[in-house]
Write a protein of this length. Structure first.
Lengths: 223, 611
């Protein structure tokens, strides 16, 4: 009997403790977006929270940005409350010209946004092919910002779909890559410790001098 | 039901008692744990003990009370259990925000200046110490965060009428904060005693000049190398980023301050064992008695103030308690020590055609190295506390003309009773207490009995400033100012003490290298690579990069009966198994992030770059 009363008391406490006026409904509006240049999506490093955007909302006492993590295909998403937000790239972060101008985003239900940036370079005509146990890459680096220089170009492979300058199984760097010409690189899978039959994902990238991130092609599954 | 009534009754009684008993004043006692301002400042012993409290609160960054801090750079690897999957550096790594301490120091200064129990000269000496510690706190902050608010001697008070905005100071520029530290040191140098303190535990005039020199050379190199980056790191208000034209002035200040210490004659390079330069270098850092080199240190003393570095890192064969082999230095550092007559310090494990190089004894692989290697690192076969430290990863056996590896559990022997793997390691397993790099620390390892027991721990000190640094700062500043002869003179004093060849010409890379090996494990490496803007190149995140990946050296005993090499030793270089990822220092790591809560409290704080 005593145990029963105590149990009732405990349950009652649990029941009573849960009511409160301080609870909000969770945010439900989804902001999805894409980082583009001239409408073309840009590939970036998607691991390690390396490339981030920031969302600010005015009208509140404290101003802390909401970090938005960019995926390797240049897309991003965030669950938000409806309202007016300012979207901005993180200071000096990303393979593009640092621009702290904000993009005004009105979130109402499902909202889509494109964020135009000016990358130092773009990659085009990317072909990645598997030739036996060798990955061959051919691509063109296009100069977008006049005085930008290339630190190196790289060909990256991995066994999973996440491929970038930190997350890779095999990597080949090319120091003397030049913009405007077709660049060709190849990579031996055995040296990258990928056995025959194992999956192969690949992409190419170019690291501009002075930028904290490289710009990448989209990830392609070769096997 | 009757029982329940009695329970309810008891509860009601307890309720009544607790509600009404508060009227009694027996709880209102004078606190005996809080000492008032007047009580402190009418007693010199109390003043000293407040100061002692400050000394105990100024250890930041890499230090011997936190062995993990040695494993995240390129000096040592963590051997304690499973792998450390560190991939990047935190935005608040070694971030210091010491405004609580600064307020306490300012409060102390206020009381000290009014007290009448001590004479004017002693008063100034205490004031000098307090302001030295305050400058040191600012210095530890500025090298992580860049310019931060300078509050001077102000002690902030808050009551309900205070306008909060008057308490919110904006950030000073990076240059202003370095200038403040340099000026403070210049001023208090005259207040502080000129005689060395016991175990270098308290600030002296020379410690102030050392801090002045270090702050100036940091500021000079920031002004110089930051602006040589393709995309210099700076904020529009100068909170981060020092103008390039300030570099020369800072280098001149650094050279002058360092030369003040060098020319004082109070300190010199330790030379207690001229016949054994390795031992001599060990004693320069790790032995307090008759030490002529250390200028300021965090001292430890049994009982009460002890440090566990020796206990957790000691080789298993020499351990006195269950703790051992927490971390071990890595091959990257070992190879950065030169040979006596060869500037390339690579350990020769293979000959030109790729065959093993055979050594009669494991320690022969390290013969003719810079004496500082012996004094900093225990390599396989090196003597520690009178006996050699055995490190054997396994056996190499000749099998149809190929060398094959045979290993066992630590301490295992083969069927003929020959040792397979040493009790010390190294291994690539997940086991705790087994070395995994092939090396142990020697610098800061206490040789005294009982120093590696949990009950006692060690008295080892942690030097913050020493004479060799005065020489290196003078060398660097002179080099940057184009005074090559002076720079060579200073660096060669250090190299001579290490027993390696003198330089006849000097490059920037020589200076980087000399700092690296001279000051290993002394909380220099991270800050040096940062101020030279080299960190993102050295720790570039590339797998198997010789500088970013950690490497181990595994010694094997040759078992090949009948072969002339039977019983000799060979070595394998391999990536360190317990830290699989290369070090990756990103541009955003050059400055710590400003914490959001600080901005919430003080909206005048601007964010750092990349934040």
């Amino acid at each position: 009997m005593k145990r029963f009363i105590l149990a009732i008391l405990g349950l009652g406490l649990l029941g009573a403790g849960g009511c409160g006026l301080d609870n909000y409904a969770e945010p439900e509006s989804k902001l999805t977006g894409q980082i583009t240049y001239n409408g073309d999506p840009l590939g970036v490093r998607g691991t390690g929270e390396a490339v981030q955007l920031q969302l600010y909302q005015d009208g509140y006492e404290l101003r802390a940005p909401i970090p938005v993590y960019v995926k390797q295909d240049g897309s991003f998403e965030a669950l938000l409350f409806d309202g007016e937000y300012k979207l901005v790239t993180r200071d000096n972060n990303g393979p593009w010209v640092n621009d702290r101008d904000t993009t005004l985003v009105t979130v109402k239900g499902r909202t889509e946004v494109t964020l135009e940036v000016t990358p130092y370079f773009t990659l085009s005509d990317v072909t990645l092919a598997l030739e036996g146990e060798t990955v061959d890459a051919s691509f063109a680096i296009n100069q977008i910002v006049e005085d930008a220089n290339i630190e190196y170009a790289m060909l990256l492979v991995n066994k999973t779909a996440f491929v970038d300058d930190i997350t890779y199984n095999g990597r080949v760097d090319l120091g003397e890559a030049t913009a405007g010409t077709v660049t060709e690189m190849s990579l031996d899978l055995a040296a990258a410790n990928i056995q025959p039959g194992q999956p192969v994902f690949a992409r190419v990238g170019v690291r501009p001098v002075g930028a904290d991130q490289a710009i990448y092609s989209q990830v392609v599954r070769l096997r | 039901m009757k029982r329940h009534t009695s329970i309810i009754g008891t509860l009601a009684l307890v309720g009544f008692v607790s509600v009404f008993s508060a009227c009694s004043d027996f709880l209102e006692q004078e606190p005996d744990q809080i000492i008032t301002e007047e009580q402190v400042f009418e007693d010199e012993v109390m003043i000293k003990s407040v100061l002692a409290n400050f000394y105990g609160r100024v250890t930041w960054g890499q230090h011997i009370n936190d062995s993990y801090t040695y494993t995240i750079l390129d000096e040592a690897g963590k051997s304690d259990g499973g792998p450390d999957n560190i991939q990047s550096y935190n935005d608040d790594l070694w971030r210091v925000h010491p405004y609580g301490l600064i307020r306490d120091i300012n409060q102390f200064l206020q009381g000290l200046r009014e007290t009448t129990v001590i004479g004017e000269e002693d008063k100034l000496s205490y004031e000098g110490e307090a302001r030295f510690l305050r400058a040191w706190a600012y210095f530890n902050m500025v090298r992580g965060l860049g310019g931060m608010p300078i509050v001077g001697d102000e002690v902030f008070e808050y009551n309900e009428n205070t306008d909060v905005a008057t308490l919110q100071y904006p950030r000073a520029t990076e240059a202003e904060l370095y200038d403040y530290i340099i000026e403070e040191c210049e001023e208090i140098a005259g207040y502080l005693p000129t005689d060395p303190s016991v175990n270098a535990a308290r600030a002296t005039k020379w410690a102030a000049h050392m801090l002045q020199a270090r702050a100036a050379v940091y500021a000079g190199s920031l002004a110089n190398y930051n602006n040589k980056l393709p995309n210099p790191i700076r904020t529009s208000g100068g909170e981060v980023g020092i103008p390039a034209d300030r570099a020369q002035g800072y280098y001149e200040q650094a050279l002058a301050a360092a030369e003040t210490v060098i020319n004082s004659g109070v300190y010199r390079l330790n030379m207690t064992k001229p016949d054994d330069l390795g031992r001599n270098f060990y004693e320069a850092l790790s032995v307090k008695e008759n030490n002529s080199e250390v200028i300021w240190a965090r001292d430890y003393k049994y009982p009460g103030q002890t440090v566990g570095f020796t206990r957790v890192n000691i080789p298993g064969s020499h351990a006195e308690d269950i703790d051992r082999a927490y971390a071990g230095p890595i091959l990257n550092l070992v190879e950065d020590f030169e040979y006596v007559n060869d500037r390339d310090g690579t350990i020769r494990t293979r000959d030109a055609s790729g065959n093993y190089v055979f050594y009669d004894r494991p320690e022969d692989a390290f013969a003719n190295k810079d004496a500082r290697l012996w004094g900093s690192i225990i390599y396989p076969g090196a003597v520690f506390k009178g006996t050699p430290v055995e490190l054997q990863a396994g056996q190499k056996r000749l099998n149809n003309g190929n060398w094959t590896t045979r290993t066992g559990q630590p301490g295992d022997t083969d069927e003929d009773g020959r040792l397979l793997t040493s009790l010390n390691g190294p291994t690539t397993s997940n086991q705790q207490f087994i070395n995994k790099t092939g090396f142990f620390f020697r610098k800061f390892m206490d040789e005294n009995g009982g120093a590696s027991t949990r009950g006692r721990n060690s008295d080892m000190w942690f030097p913050r400033f020493r004479y060799a640094e005065a020489l290196m700062i003078a060398c660097e500043a002179a080099f940057e100012l184009g005074q090559t002869t002076a720079a060579l003179n200073y660096i060669n004093q250090i190299r001579e003490r290490a027993g390696i060849q003198e330089l006849t010409s000097i490059t920037f890379d020589d200076i980087v290298q000399e700092y690296r090996v001279e000051f290993a494990f002394e909380d220099h490496r991270y800050w040096d690579l940062k101020r030279w803007r080299l960190a993102h190149r050295v720790w570039n995140g590339v797998q198997n990069s010789p500088t970013a990946q950690q490497f181990a050296l595994f010694p094997y005993k040759v078992v090949a009966p009948g072969n002339p090499n039977d019983g000799k030793w060979v070595f394998d270089k391999q990536p360190f198994s317990n830290s699989p990822h290369p070090r990756n220092f990103q541009m955003r790591n050059y400055y710590n992030f400003i914490d959001q809560s600080w901005i919430n409290n003080n909206p005048k704080l601007v964010r750092n770059p990349y934040q």
